[in-house]
Ligand binder design. Structure first.
Ligand SMILES: [Zn+2]
Ligand SMILES: [Zn+2]
Length: 253
């Protein structure tokens, strides 16, 4: 056992708990994770700057971003974050974007559509992409990133990700329908952030509460928090007996 607090921190702040529709007036997917040596975002929806500033989080504190998949509600905040690092919080230290294969081209295509005058050579900092392959763990700073492909998309790759830092573990489902591997992947983790977009009506390739409810007793995680909440889930959130994410919630594992 460690004798000091060093190597023990993995705190998660919910920045955006909604689905693609900002249901209930909540921001898009984004989570701030703080470990002893790293501060990073998990997903970066288009409302990310709004959420960071509402939570009074210094955007300059972010070391890197991990993107689960390239749907707009999960990565379309990146051009705004990069713009922040050009104009509002000028950055010189490198910034890293980790995400599924193809993310480098997709982010630059998005940047080109939104701010065509921003080019790699005009940035005052190194913007480095790390394309993740399913089942091939990567380590960045003190964080091990273990991506797993989930059946949310067919051609593009959607990832769930298990993070390990200082002996603490976080499992993030990303967007996904229920996958029986989640039982194993969530076993023993300190926090499982689990898609639960729909209540009882199926909504695309996502988890719905009526599917998840009987499986909750099988999840051997220390804490379960439901995320990516759609309109009906939000309306029922208080009565489920399972914690639902809301902005500003800070979870210390
Ligand atoms: Zn989504
Ligand atoms: Zn999605």
């Amino acid at each position: 056992m460690p004798t000091s607090k060093e190597g023990m921190k993995l705190d998660v702040t919910i920045l955006g708990s909604s689905d693609a529709f900002c249901s209930g007036g909540h921001p898009h997917a984004a989570y701030l994770v703080e470990t002893d040596r790293s501060t990073f975002l998990v997903d970066c929806g288009p409302t990310v700057l709004l959420a960071l500033k509402q939570q009074k989080i210094d955007t300059a504190s972010i070391d890197f971003v991990v993107i689960s998949h390239m749907h707009g509600d999960h990565f379309a905040g990146l051009p705004f974050l990069l713009l922040e690092y050009i104009y509002e919080r000028p950055r010189t230290r490198p910034f890293f974007v980790l995400g599924p294969r193809g993310i480098t081209a997709r982010v630059w295509a998005l940047m080109c559509a939104l701010y065509p005058d921003v080019l790699p050579e005009t940035l005052a900092f190194a913007l480095d992409f790390i394309e993740l392959e399913p089942e091939q763990p990567t380590t960045i700073a003190d964080v091990e990133v273990h991506p797993v492909r989930v059946p949310h998309q067919d051609e593009d790759v959607s990832l769930a990700v298990r993070f390990t830092a200082g002996g603490k573990r976080l499992f993030y489902s990303g967007d996904s329908p229920w996958d029986d591997r989640f039982i194993e992947l969530a076993r023993g983790v300190d926090l499982f952030l689990c898609d639960c977009t729909a209540y009882e009506e199926p909504m695309g390739r996502h988890i719905q509460w009526t599917t998840l409810k009987p499986l909750v007793p099988l999840l051997e995680c220390r804490r379960l928090v439901l995320i990516h909440l759609g309109r009906e889930m939000r309306a029922h959130a208080a009565e489920l007996g399972v914690e639902c994410a809301t902005e500003g919630l800070k979870i210390s594992t």
